[in-house]
Design a protein around this ligand. Structure first.
Ligand code: SAM
Length: 230
């Protein structure tokens, strides 16, 4: 029998966004590896799913990969989830999958890695922003220090829209840099997608800095930033 590693997307806020297939897979696998076991416990409890969660969180991808391989070798079916959204997109996953795939090649056809797609803040932001983004560059999280200024220059020169994730601690700093390097570009901030305070705010960096100065309580939550193309 082929046993499987499922890469399962989970909601980015609104729990109704989980897919029927994700629920079925999370119920039927033998073990779930999660980015944070406490977050996973809450998700599973909400849906009444009793599948065991591995103690080893996936933030240590090396160790998680080793343990996942041991479990797969023992014939178990496994699901990998992150705290929210799609594993591997600015979340643990890629290294684990590479390791499992390398190992799987040796034992084929006994292991299969399957995508169970669903929510991602990236896709949700692009879909709701209403910008023309048939082509875009996704940068994940911007570096905090090294290479940051170069990246802002690249964003300024980009012929494509640029999308990245940002935290509430850095959003104002990032807008200051965009004001410096891309003062004319249109920026769209998608905040708290699928949650109660979801909103999409657009304007130049100066407009957005003024907005957050006026509503400091909105410098909170989760953000996706989209910078329009040149
Ligand atoms: N793997 C996830 C995905 O597929 O969306 C992304 C994980 S990354 C660690 C978390 C970042 O995604 C947050 O800091 C934020 O920038 C963005 N994000 C996640 N949920 C979001 C939401 N509901 N609204 C806006 N941005 C969100």
């Amino acid at each position: 029998m082929t046993n499987k590693l499922y890469i399962v997307a989970t909601p980015i806020g609104n729990l109704e966004d989980i897919t029927l297939r994700a629920l079925r897979i999370l119920k039927k696998v033998d073990l779930i590896f999660a980015e944070d076991t406490r977050v996973a416990k809450k998700l599973l409890a909400h849906f009444g799913i009793g599948t065991p969660i591995a103690k080893r969180h996936t933030r240590d991808e090396q160790k998680a990969a080793e343990e996942i391989i041991v479990e797969l070798e023992a014939g178990k079916n496994i699901a990998l989830i992150s705290d929210a959204g799609t594993p591997g997109i600015s979340d643990p996953g890629a290294f684990i999958i590479q390791k499992v795939r390398e190992w799987g090649k040796k034992v084929r056809p006994f292991v299969k890695i399957e995508a169970v797609p669903g929510p991602s803040a990236l896709a949700a932001a692009i879909s709701v922003a209403g910008i023309s983004a048939n082509e875009f560059l996704f940068l994940g999280f911007l570096p905090h220090k090294k290479g940051r200024e170069t990246l802002f220059k690249e964003i300024a020169a980009s012929e494509r829209a640029v999308v990245f994730y940002e935290s509430p601690h850095r959003i104002l700093k990032t807008l200051e840099s965009l004001k410096k390097f891309s003062p004319e570009k249109k920026i769209t901030i998608c905040r708290e997608l699928t949650k109660i305070y979801e909103e999409v705010i657009g304007g130049t960096a100066v407009d957005l800095l003024e907005f957050f100065e006026k509503y400091p309580e909105k410098v909170r939550g989760e953000f996706v930033v989209i910078v329009s193309n040149k």
